[in-house]
Design a protein around this ligand. Structure first.
Ligand code: NAD
Length: 476
């Protein structure tokens, strides 16, 4: 059984849960210890106790640990990618990309530990100096989803540690393997006891305990809107800082003047890669009438040719859906879209293979209307819908007609429309002639409206959440 890490010690518990491969449900990856309330409280206490010393650790110490961890992640890329593909179902090529990104994130934040920023100002009063500095926040609760099992924990834990905070990390139930491997790497890289704690277990137990404990000074959360709202509601009475990254219903606009091949590639990647299980997935394809039929025909052909298969098979393009619950949700969304008038142009059927897994041929649904359920709610699966519109103005209005605001894209050869869309799309990340995924780790990631709450993640902007500002006045 893989244990939890509490106060620098690996602690087994009486209860473990099997980690099952969604490409082959007979394949048990390992058994992972489940923390309860007591273990979670012990982890929080350890993090609180470790904070004063760690907050005063040298930037060199923090740099060196994160650097060693980044190096190890990159060196063990193939092994970690195999674990990731096996537990989450992402294909090996994408898993390699995610692990590499996690390694680069560690190295970036190793550098951030040394790149301190502060301001020295002259006061409005004579003979007084003002300096503005950043200090760590305290104990950070890190709560993560299953769809990026190593990159998301890395982009939360690395900045938390780099800026001098201590961490209690609760990964998603479905993907403890990558979480455990990441914590093991950081632990062996030299984390002092209590600075980084891992508590695997149920959201309703481990997560809830973190929400209720006033010793947790800030929570960085990625997951569903429902849980995000719970994190916010529990944190407000404690005046606790929160950062929430939640769902999306991301539009990809395709205009008449788009390069058809570019548009089809963007839609295929944006909507279906990673089995569509991305918060940035292009789930609404908003297409002007002049290109609509050609775009739909070309995309439908490519979608029906996508090779669905086990995540570890080298020729697989689309891995399995993560579990049986998600699979039945995806199937229900497709059925409801058809009942409400949508036309299933490609895919949409479950796929039987040699191993028993959660395989679904990606689905393209056309002739949809903005009010249909498929265009209002996040599916979080390999399902995309097409909405036909008259012109750019209608496309922009449609793109913004959603409670979400994470990412949005446009395929066009017009500088005028590209510039206008970049300015007016109500999203946190805009892509021109690119898939809607936010890939770069050195720039801010996040959205607006119901998709995100609080400061941005990643890059130097991560300091906004993981530090507090202090203004000091001195009369020398
Ligand atoms: P989820 O909300 O079910 O779970 C997220 C995490 O919260 C898990 O670790 C879970 O155990 C925990 N949790 C559940 N109940 C809790 C509680 N009562 N208290 C504290 N923690 C609790 O989400 P999921 O199904 O793991 O992930 C899918 C969702 O994540 C989708 O909506 C997707 O869009 C979103 N997502 C967003 C981003 C982004 O950056 N915006 C990135 C990836 C995924």
């Amino acid at each position: 059984m893989k244990p939890n890490l509490i106060n620098g010690k690996w602690e087994a518990t009486g209860h473990g849960v099997e980690n099952i491969n969604p490409s082959d449900i007979m394949d048990v990856i390992d058994v992972y210890a489940q923390a309860g309330r007591a273990e979670t409280e012990a982890a929080i206490a350890a993090a609180a106790e470790a904070f004063p010393a760690w907050s005063l650790s040298t930037p060199q110490q923090r740099h060196d640990i994160l650097h060693r961890a980044g190096d190890e992640i990159l060196t063990r890329c193939e092994e970690l990618a195999t674990l990731l593909a096996r537990e989450e179902g992402k294909i090996l090529a994408e898993a390699r990309g995610e692990v590499t990104r996690a390694g680069h994130i560690m190295l970036f934040f190793a550098g951030e530990a040394l790149r301190q920023r502060g301001e020295l100002r002259e006061s409005v009063r004579p003979g007084v100096q003002v300096d503005v500095t950043r200090e760590p926040v305290g104990v950070i609760g890190v709560i993560t989803p299953w769809n990026f099992p190593i990159a998301i924990p890395a982009w939360k834990i690395a900045p938390a540690l780099c800026h001098g905070n201590t961490v209690v990390f609760k990964p998603a139930e479905l993907v403890p393997g990558c979480a455990w491997a990441l914590v093991d790497i950081l632990h062996r890289a030299g984390m002092p006891p209590g600075v980084l704690n891992l508590v695997m277990g149920k959201g309703a137990v481990v997560g809830q305990t973190m929400l209720e404990d006033a010793r947790v000074d800030a929570i960085t959360f990625t997951g569903s809107q429902v849980t995000g709202a719970r994190v916010a509601a529990a944190s407000l009475p404690l005046m606790r800082k929160v950062q929430l990254e939640m769902g999306g219903k991301n539009p990809l606009v395709v205009l008449d003047d788009a390069d058809l091949d570019v548009a089809v590639d963007c839609a295929l990647d944006g909507a279906f890669y990673s089995t569509g299980q991305r918060c940035t997935a292009s789930s609404r394809l908003i297409v002007t009438r002049g290109i609509h039929d050609r775009f739909v025909a070309a995309l439908a052909e490519r979608v029906s040719q996508l090779r669905v298969g086990p995540a570890l098979a080298e020729n697989t393009q689309i891995g399995p859906v993560v579990d049986s619950i998600q699979l039945s949700q995806d199937i229900d969304y497709i059925a409801t879209a058809r009942r409400q008038g949508g036309v299933l142009r490609a895919g949409g059927d479950t796929v039987r293979l040699q191993t028993e897994g959660y395989f679904l041929q990606p689905a393209l649904i056309t002739e949809t209307h903005p009010d249909m359920q498929i265009n209002r709610e996040e599916v979080f699966g390999p399902v995309a819908s097409v909405i036909a519109v008259e012109d750019y103005e209608a496309a922009l209005a449609m793109a913004n007609d959603t409670p979400f605001g994470l990412s949005g894209g446009i395929c066009t050869t017009s500088l005028k429309y590209a510039s206008d869309f970049k300015r007016k799309a109500q999203v946190g990340m805009v892509m021109v002639n690119l898939p809607t995924a936010g890939v770069d780790y050195h720039v801010p990631f996040g959205g607006r409206k119901a998709s995100s709450f609080g400061p941005r993640e990643q890059g130097s902007h991560a300091a906004e959440f993981f530090t507090v500002v202090k203004t000091a006045y001195t009369r020398p």
